[in-house]
Design a protein. Structure first.
Length: 452
């Protein structure tokens, strides 16, 4: 059975914690990890980046230590930071950079201190003694910190460094302690890169440490993405002109942003899933986020279970929503590159629904057969731009499968007409607010209606 998790951040003003496992490589081998690294760093005020770990994957099948490429990105970040920090009107840095609030730009020194090597050997056969690394040791340390926030491990390459940390904890802790350890982590894996790439995709999944980690399904939330990364790769390639115009050569990070070789930013969905934009609770993969949609089931290996989207209904749903959200995602990136270049730019609207501020889903109750008023009139734009509103029902996320109609869905105040047969069900409504700045930016708030 899948683990059931609920949003557990007591103070939602804090950033989500993430770890990056990247098989970053020179541009002549594969530049897409560097592309994703640039996008991550211009969003560094949205994530508490706990670790940047260079490891193996399809771009590095073993033996290569490439933390120098991460440090090159951090050098560019340092040069752009005086501009980027103006977005939050940040004038100083915290002495203690743990427990970072949303909007806080970390120091380059902090990020450099979290940049380490992970496993340099691909595959499950290496997990065990003599395979510990600075990366696996850091992940154990992070799990043991007194911090209630989950740690999202965004797997851009192979997940073997996390697997080694789990193996070490398994050797040294009781079964209950291991459960506690596992429940600190969430995994978003871009395909399965702890097995060699082959054009025919004929490498067995059993040789991968991902296969082993999914055996902890009761305690380790594991998302196996085979949808969003492909669409990000392909859409970015097809629309490369936008990247050349709005991303490349915008600031020092833009100067570092390479042209694609195979596809564009295939690893970006791993952290877009955790983006604190009000759209979803990352712990609920069926809610739909900027990184797509997942359902619990058997994955491509035909053996293990996880939250997957490689085919059928979840793939089709994920494709539809990726295409829908792509323009907003790109504009968000482009606006931040403006800040990197100029120290000024557009900022996202702030969505307030029913007088409640915040980003986590808003839980409300309504009566079947009655009308329910949704009010976002207190929403505002920090730059004074006009706002456009769009209220819509996300049917895949709720338990009510009939049609729920919204009246005045393009106004700040809308009415949800509760179906008479919806009692005991939930309906998920998205409040989507877009400003008129350049580029236009979108923010969200999810309302989960429990129908009585």
């Amino acid at each position: 059975m899948p683990i059931t998790l609920f949003a557990a951040v007591k103070n939602e003003a804090l950033k989500p914690r993430i770890v990056v496992l990247t098989d970053i490589a020179p541009n002549d081998i594969e530049p897409d990890d560097m592309e994703s690294m640039v996008r991550l760093l211009v969003h560094a005020d949205q994530f508490e980046i706990e670790a940047l770990i260079a490891t193996t994957g399809w771009n590095n099948t073993g033996g290569q230590e490439r933390t120098d490429l991460i440090h090159a990105a951090l050098d560019a970040y340092e040069k752009d930071l005086p501009h980027l920090s103006k977005r939050s009107a940040q004038s100083r840095f915290a002495k203690d950079e743990s427990m970072q609030p949303l909007g806080y730009w970390p120091t380059p020194e902090y990020l450099r201190s979290r940049t380490v090597m992970g496993s340099t050997n691909m595959g499950m056969k290496y997990i065990g003694e003599d395979n510990d690394s600075p990366g696996s040791e850091l992940m154990i340390k992070l799990a043991d910190e007194k911090d209630d926030r989950p740690i999202w491990v965004t797997v851009w390459g192979g997940g073997n460094t996390l697997a080694q940390a789990i193996w070490r904890a398994q050797q040294e802790r009781t079964p209950e302690q291991l459960k506690t350890f596992l429940r600190k982590f969430r995994v978003y894996a871009i395909t399965d890169q702890d097995r060699p790439w082959s054009r025919d995709d004929d490498q067995p999944f059993e040789i991968s440490s991902h296969h082993w980690m999914k055996s902890f399904e009761e305690d380790l939330l594991f998302l196996w993405c085979e949808c969003a990364w492909k669409h990000q790769n392909g859409t970015g390639k097809n629309q490369w002109g936008q990247y050349a115009e709005h991303i490349q050569h915008h600031g020092h990070l833009g100067a570092l942003y390479p042209k694609y070789k195979w596809g564009v930013e295939g690893d970006t969905p791993a952290f877009m899933h955790v983006m604190p934009n009000g759209l979803s609770d990352p712990d609920c993969p069926t809610q739909v986020s900027w990184s797509g949609y997942f359902e619990w089931g058997v994955g491509r290996d035909g053996l293990t279970q996880a939250y997957v989207n490689d085919r059928g209904r979840p793939y089709d749903i994920g494709t539809r929503y990726f295409n829908y959200f792509y323009p907003a995602m790109f504009n968000n990136f482009a606006a931040r590159m403006d800040w990197a270049k100029e120290g000024k730019g557009n900022r996202n609207p702030v969505v307030i629904v029913n007088k409640v501020t915040g980003l986590k889903p808003l839980m409300v109750e309504a009566t079947a057969g009655k009308e329910y008023t949704l009010d976002a009139s207190r929403s505002y734009d920090p730059d004074g731009n006009a706002l456009r509103f769009k209220w819509w029902v996300l049917p895949e996320a709720g338990t009510y499968k009939g049609e729920a109609v919204i009246s005045n869905g393009d106004a700040s105040k809308a009415t949800l007409n509760m179906p008479s047969d919806a009692a005991g069900k939930t309906i998920h409504v998205i409040c989507e607010v877009t400003d008129t700045g350049t580029p236009s930016l979108t923010s969200y708030r999810r309302v989960i209606v429990e129908v009585k």
